[in-house]
Unconditional design. Structure first.
Length: 272
């Protein structure tokens, strides 16, 4: 298994992250969760943050989820979230993973932040791709999760297409945009371009963690506040490690204070 390493040097305020670019087989909930647990235990040592892809527990296949979604979905207090929470406590790392959530009659494409103290913070995908809108309900709020690994601004896959989402998260204090994804082949350029752009737009770190195999393109990457790539993957299953110097955020914002010089009234009321 190839491991891509960051060019950054570890500093006192550094965050070591692990990106699990893994395959998830549609409908194989138990096997996918077992594989996630195996990889977390194998690679979390020394890391503050471990990220897994979108819908990694159920697999991302809308046809399968349309037929079996209610069977595969779980509430946030269900066994999968509990197991990942235990993994976070066991490893001492903050874990982010994608799951199919059930709340009443609604299904959500959800990313869950599991902190080592057992606290869970869910984010429900709010900007759904058109083919997803008949299956999933849309989330109604953005989430910045304070964790021992920094303040995580949550986005899911297609949401990297919306600069406003990333900027709203940055303005709320996000230091790392965490983007579990299921990007297929043919769209890998958007994954790379938008992850880097959202990092540079807002002078934060951005982590795009994508599925591999079964038609998904991999190409997970970590971008710094300048939009430069610290670490990246190919198309196969792999693990990417990177060290994030969170102090780089303020250094870059001092160099170019773009967020501070925004004029939101102008954007709302400008003449067409």
């Amino acid at each position: 298994m190839f491991v891509a390493c960051s060019r950054a040097r570890r500093r006192d305020n550094a965050i070591e992250i692990v990106v699990l670019q893994m395959a998830a087989h549609a409908g194989e909930l138990s096997a996918n969760v077992d594989r996630l647990a195996e990889l977390v235990r194998k690679h979390a040592d020394g890391a503050e943050l471990v990220v897994a892809p979108e819908l990694v527990t159920s697999g991302y296949d809308l046809d399968v989820l349309a037929r079996r979604g209610r069977e595969l979905a779980e509430p946030l207090d269900g066994p999968t979230a509990a197991r990942v929470s235990e993994l976070a406590t066991e490893t001492g790392a903050t874990l982010v993973f994608g799951m199919l959530e059930r709340d009443g009659e609604a299904l959500y494409d959800t990313a869950v932040v599991a902190a080592p103290d057992g606290h869970l913070v869910p984010y429900r995908k709010s900007h759904l791709y058109p083919t997803e809108s008949e299956l999933f309900a849309a989330g109604t709020e953005l989430v910045v999760a304070p964790t021992p690994a920094g303040r995580l601004g949550m986005m899911i896959c297609f949401e990297h297409a919306f600069p406003d989402v990333a900027t709203a998260l940055a303005l709320r204090g996000a230091q790392i945009l965490v983007i579990p994804s299921a990007v297929p082949f043919g769209y890998e350029h958007l994954l790379t371009l938008r992850t880097r752009a959202r990092a540079q737009d807002n002078q934060v770190f951005a982590v795009g963690c994508n599925l591999a195999g079964n038609g998904f393109c991999g190409r997970s990457l970590v971008a710094d506040p300048r939009g430069e790539v610290l670490a990246e993957a190919g198309t196969e299953e792999t693990v990417v490690r990177a060290t994030l110097d969170l102090a780089a955020i303020e250094r870059e914002r001092e160099r170019e204070p773009a967020l501070r010089l925004r004029q939101p009234d102008l954007y709302r009321h400008g003449r067409l």
